[in-house]
Design a protein around this ligand. Sequence first.
Ligand SMILES: Cc1cc2nc3c(=O)[nH]c(=O)nc-3n(C[C@H](O)[C@H](O)[C@H](O)COP(=O)(O)OP(=O)(O)OC[C@H]3O[C@@H](n4cnc5c(N)ncnc54)[C@H](O)[C@@H]3O)c2cc1C
Length: 384
Amino acid sequence: MAAWTLDAALHDPEVLIARATAFAREVVAPQVSRLERERRIGREAIREAARLGLCAIEVPREHGGLGHPYSVKCRIAEAMAAVDYAFAFSLINTQNVANKLAREAPARIRERYVPALMAGEIIGCTALTEPHAGSDFSAINTQARPVSGGWQLDGRKAWITNASEADIVVMYAQTEPGSAARGVAGFFVDLHRDGAHREPGYALSGQHAIGAGGFRLEGYLAASDEMLQPAGKAFKAAMASINGARTYVAAMCCGMVGEALRVATEYGEKRTAFGSALSGHQGWRWRLAEAASELAACRMMVAAAAARIDAGQDAQLIAAQAKLLSTRMADRQIAVLAQAMGAEGLREEHPFGRHAVGARVANFTDGSTEMLLERIAVALRSQR
Ligand SMILES: Cc1cc2nc3c(=O)[nH]c(=O)nc-3n(C[C@H](O)[C@H](O)[C@H](O)COP(=O)(O)OP(=O)(O)OC[C@H]3O[C@@H](n4cnc5c(N)ncnc54)[C@H](O)[C@@H]3O)c2cc1C
């Protein structure tokens, strides 16, 4: 077990959020350009973040975590994405795997892997997507065949956050070809074991600290107790947890827009044109006022979704709506705020270019815009 203890002050959510915010500004911000140039996950920074409890936010206290409710993770995700979406998303994904294994894995797996995840010594990922199946999760064809003592897994996963360096995976496979969602089961996979082959991380337009990549399983043997959820339950469980993911992705979009707005507001007070500060021109400042108003509305939706999740209530509709509107707002407003900066906005030290790619990524992670619209449309029909 990893030698790892938590400062008791981190049990106060406000202390944890304040420290996470300061960590993002003081430790992560100076590294993001270098990580981007080196095209890699910020592994050392994740280890430092873990010392602040950021890989253990929701992990129950009886398993060594902080045991905070969902909304605390959501606020931390927003604060960290203000600095860098990719780093924040990578970190939160490892936290999610720690939380899931702490709650759902048998003691043998929990005791071996959860302390190492919480300490940031190993990295986790969650793999639904395959090269041929993204939006249509029920079409996955990584196969799970029963063998003596467990399951043989064969197939490929693609576009997985952290996969370029992850040590372990919570992944989904088909136990009954042709049965779609009904046959999908959830497994624990250790990427260091025989039969697991990591593929090189993807070269993207940016956001490489997210570690997007894939892996292949060929004759990988999972022990019986490494099936975390059986067929019939796994698909539903994956879909249930996606409401939380959609809500924190929405919060992260708010974080990026909030930071872009802060930088543009400050710049508008200093930079002059035609005899006054940029902020003295009505046409210039109205753009910022619109961004601030859309941001406020999205934050209210995120808070409403997070409150429902904390209360154990159904959050499908509000989570989909929050993500739909927040990702669209981020796509649009980051470009508007970059424009308000003039050429200055293009400098690497400012977040605009990085956040613009982050907002694009947010349009796909945990449900594309079209899948959200479909979810909202289904809810409308069921309300009739
Ligand atoms: C950086 C990054 C990290 C990711 N991390 C993870 C991860 O950790 N784990 C994981 O499992 N997945 C991950 N994903 C994958 C993500 O979940 C998928 O990208 C997403 O589900 C969409 O699938 P797709 O990209 O294959 O698009 P496709 O399914 O090929 O769809 C292409 C386009 O068509 C639209 N479309 C599809 N079907 C319909 C329809 N019926 N009606 C209208 N429009 C439709 C889609 O919305 C999309 O715009 C990640 C993706 C990215 C970019």
